[in-house]
Write a protein that binds this ligand. Structure first.
Ligand SMILES: Cc1cc2nc3c(=O)[nH]c(=O)nc-3n(C[C@H](O)[C@H](O)[C@H](O)COP(=O)(O)O)c2cc1C
Length: 181
């Protein structure tokens, strides 16, 4: 029997968070099972209910939520994942990943995760061009994290430039490649 691909989809506090709902739908069309982890900031942009209903799975936000099992939820999520994709990924979470910080459910899961990680950044052009972000992207790439390059154009913040989240097709294609590794 064909094994169902287990995806952990991380959603962070970017204006592009609404696109993650459509990304989830496309993953489901591939019969992938998707569990969503949101940062607290992400819940300011899209409701947890949207992802819970679409994914038909519980959505994790809190690291310290009471769970019935003895195992910390971030460890279980990390172990269950065939691939962890963070789309959209804020400058903040990008920096946390690069530096191994784990102060919430999503970044704790990422640090515990041995599966391939795909990151689709989305941010203001100045945040993307900032030397700190450039350095963080370099660090993550060197570590084998797949960074789906941002696009150029009109940004929601009113700026024109690089920082738009990559197309959903490009993110899925990066996930396909990651799953083959
Ligand atoms: C309206 C609005 C839009 C934002 N969009 C982005 C964004 O696209 N990318 C980004 O890196 N930060 C963005 N931010 C800032 C993040 O929400 C902020 O850095 C937050 O702390 C990120 O938390 P998280 O990384 O834990 O999700 C935005 C903030 C606001 C108020």
């Amino acid at each position: 029997m064909k094994k169902i691909v287990q995806v952990v989809l991380g959603v962070t506090g970017s204006i592009a968070a609404y696109k993650a709902a459509e990304l989830l739908r496309l993953m489901q069309q591939r019969s992938w099972n998707v569990s969503v982890i949101m940062t607290k900031a992400a819940t300011r942009f899209v409701g947890e209910l949207t992802f819970r209903t679409l994914s038909r799975n519980p959505v994790a936000v809190e690291l310290f939520d009471e769970v019935e099992l003895w195992r910390p939820a971030h460890v279980s999520a990390a172990d269950a994942a065939d691939v962890l994709v963070i789309a959209p990924c804020t400058a903040n979470v990008l920096a946390k990943l690069a530096h191994g910080l784990a102060d919430d459910m999503l970044t704790s899961t990422a640090l515990a995760c041995q599966a391939p990680i795909v990151v689709a950044p989305a941010m203001n052009a100045h945040m993307w061009d900032h030397p700190a972000t450039r350095e963080n992207v370099k660090t993550l790439k060197a570590r084998g994290v797949a960074i789906v390059d941002v696009g150029k154009g009109e940004l929601a913040c009113g700026y024109e430039g690089r920082g738009r989240m990559a197309s959903l097709e490009a993110i899925l294609s990066a996930m396909d490649s990651a799953l083959k590794t």
